[in-house]
Design a protein around this ligand. Sequence first.
Ligand code: HEM
Length: 128
Amino acid sequence: MPSYKLYKILHLTGISLASMTAVAFAYHAWLGGTKEAAGLPRKRLLGAHGIGMILIILGGMGAGATSGLFADGLPGWLAAKLVFWLVLGALPAMPYKRPGLAPHLLWIVPALVALAAWTAGGFVPLTR
Ligand code: HEM
């Protein structure tokens, strides 16, 4: 049975993989690259992004279950997390469809990660 720590490591590894690959696509589109010209590297990055997405949901669900966060049923913040997950999943297609968005993804992706980190376990106050 995997521990909370292992699930958390899987979750964070997935976030790192999915975020890095999403920004890599943005960088390519920002430089004027197209989907067609991206070739094999695009396929490799898409594969890595997919693995990252699986690790995020597997690690996140596992961390929630092993830390008791889901003991009283599925919490409301989980819906927000699922939305962030879907947004992160859609990001590889976005820079090629809307190249004007590409430079902004450099900041949108870390902001999404920060917001998702705050969401984990509910929006608790950030000062004490
Ligand atoms: C449905 C998908 C997701 C589930 C079920 C989920 C669940 C969780 C859980 C249970 C934790 C640990 C909370 C704790 O230890 O108190 C966590 C932490 C974290 N999650 Fe997610 N998460 C999901 C999606 C995401 C996504 C898409 C991102 C990034 C875009 C993300 C970013 C983070 C980060 C950075 C942390 C570390 C912050 C912390 O431990 O408090 N999560 N998540």
